[in-house]
Design a binder for this molecule. Structure first.
Ligand SMILES: [Zn+2]
Length: 549
């Protein structure tokens, strides 16, 4: 198997997997299919866009009529599918349903997967479930690692590119151990398991936390798979946190319950829908009423096909957003469809330095900050780090003037141009001695000489209200750090808070009392005694500076 990474954004990776003369892009979804009984045929799956599918080798093995036939013809011929086929070993059935009739041994089922020429077979692992106590979880993790080692010794087929399952459930130390130990063993893909119950309960924080734990401990050059991830509203967040691949039967399982995927408001029940808010071939050809009148099998098939169209369309959107460097923007939109997704996104706050390591130095497009969670972006974290650790105030500077950020940034704003012209033409203070910085909702402090550099130039942000505690804390922290380091460089500090300004349409607008700059004086005042003041006009600022001489 070859895994080539073409582009990255967040921890998300746009890539290509080549295996046994077959190819797929990442991130990607393996729809789970039954080995011989499917509502949506394999041909239809291929038409909808499936490049890879997941099926269960254990069900095939149990079927005595098919076992030898598939051994002879191979799984691709049996399924009549030319794309990539991954096979599960039956561990999921065995443990999720706690059913001992599914008993099978590793050696038999792993050999069978090689015999049928699965591209990506899975070893017979022991998934840790969310209700497992620590002792049970530890036993399962250790036994899975032991089986992984045995698997490596037994391997015969070069066509089999083994998937190594990683477990540990909610126990971070076990999960880390599992990732570290499995990393030492040669697997084509590493797959995080034990997540299905969490997805069913919409407990998205847990899989995010687990995925990040694994990412921090796993070898970086292999794809990371999430077993059982099929809810498209969670795809973008999972990808941004490092998930390359996923497999799920959710498209069909939800269809069986009359559930219809949407990305805007989550999953809908068919009975709630008057119209289909989608233009896929199914939703263009039928109305919800048509579907309700069809017999059950046809209804399930059509709903499942729609669910797949939505899933693949979302993957295309995600891959395109990685190309454009807009993955975080997409995630911030998608999480809006469920509060638990927003909470899951907020967890990245604790791992900003980890994300920052992988953040690109430069992106082509300006950034859009449209939600409170925008403040958690690794890019902003990196800027703060650089501002505090490496930025130097120009040498000749004696005075600091802090301007508010307006609707247009820097020299694109008519009011800012007026202020700068006044400063440039003034006969009171040597212009070189005045350092201008902007007070920014997002970045805290933006020195004017950096304003055209990435990521400071060309960004747009919502106007945060200064009662927002997250914003306030963030702003206060960066301002305090900046002045702690630099206050002695400035004899005097002036803050300009105008009554009115000119917006991008040259209309006179009242300056908002909720602008974050209104809290600036109280944050800086511990650093300056009488040498700090707020003004409405540039002329007063210049006179205040001149009083120094
Ligand atoms: Zn549709």
């Amino acid at each position: 198997m070859k895994f080539e990474i073409i582009d990255v954004d967040g921890l998300g990776r746009l890539g290509k997997i080549r295996v046994n003369n077959r190819e797929m892009t990442t991130p990607n979804l393996f729809p789970v299919v039954h080995p011989f009984n499917n509502s949506v045929s394999i041909l239809e799956l291929e038409k909808i866009g499936a490049q890879c599918i997941f099926t269960n080798s254990f069900i095939l093995y149990q079927n005595e009529n098919l076992r030898e036939k598939v051994r002879k013809e191979g799984i691709h011929n049996h399924l009549n599918f030319n794309g990539i086929v991954a096979t599960d070993s039956g561990a999921f059935q065995q443990y999720f349903y706690d059913n001992q009739q599914f008993s099978i041994d590793s050696e038999t089922i792993e050999k069978f997967q090689e015999d049928i020429e699965s591209d990506f077979p899975v070893i017979l692992d022991l998934p840790v479930q969310i209700n497992d106590d620590y002792y049970t979880a530890k036993e399962k993790v250790n036994l899975t690692i032991k089986r992984a080692k045995e698997n490596i010794v037994r391997r015969k087929s070069e066509k089999a590119n083994w998937i190594g399952p990683i477990h540990g459930g909610i126990y971070t130390d076990l999960l880390s151990k599992s990732a570290i130990e499995m990393s030492k063993l040669d697997f084509a893909i590493y797959a995080l398991g034990g997540l299905v119950k969490m997805f069913l309960d919409y407990r998205f924080e847990l899989p995010v936390k687990m995925l990040l734990t694994v990412k921090k401990n796993i070898t970086p050059n292999k794809p990371i798979h999430m077993f059982g991830l099929g809810l498209p509203q969670f795809f973008s967040l999972a990808v941004a946190c490092g998930c390359d691949l996923m497999d799920s039967a959710a498209y069909i399982l939800y269809a069986k319950e009359n559930r219809y995927f949407t990305l805007s408001t989550g999953t809908k029940n068919l009975n709630e829908l008057e119209e289909f808010p989608c233009n896929c071939p199914i939703c263009s050809n039928y109305t919800p009423n048509d579907l309700k009148e069809f017999d059950k099998d046809l209804r399930i098939k059509l709903l499942a096909k729609h669910n797949l169209y939505v899933s693949f369309s979302e993957l295309k959107t995600i891959r395109q957003s990685i190309r454009e460097g807009n993955l975080w923007e997409l995630v911030e939109q998608r999480v809006r469809c469920h509060p638990n997704l927003v909470n899951a996104l907020r967890m990245i706050k604790d791992d900003r330095s980890f994300f920052e390591k992988y953040e690109k130095v430069y992106k082509n497009h300006g950034r859009l900050y449209s939600s409170e969670e925008s403040l958690y972006r690794p890019l902003i974290f990196r800027y703060h780090k650089k501002l505090i650790n490496t930025y130097r105030v120009p040498k000749e500077v004696l005075y600091l003037l802090i301007l508010p950020e307006l609707d247009l940034k820097g020299k694109n704003s008519p009011s800012i141009i007026n202020w700068l012209n006044k400063l440039d033409r003034n006969a009171i203070i040597n212009r070189q001695e005045i350092h201008i910085v902007f007070s920014s909702y997002i970045y805290g402090i933006v020195p004017i000489e950096l304003i055209d550099t990435f990521p400071l130039g060309q960004y747009e942000s919502i106007e945060f209200n200064n009662s927002n505690s997250l914003l306030n804390n963030n702003y206060k922290l960066i301002i305090e750090q900046y002045f702690k380091k630099n206050f002695s460089k400035y004899h005097k500090c002036a803050i300009l808070i105008p009554d009115f300004y000119l917006d991008q349409y040259k209309q006179k607008i009242k300056f908002s009392e909720h602008n974050v700059i209104n809290s600036l004086k109280s944050i800086i005042s511990p650093f300056y005694k009488s040498n700090l003041a707020v003004f409405k006009e540039i002329d007063s600022v210049l006179n205040f500076f001149k009083g120094d001489e």
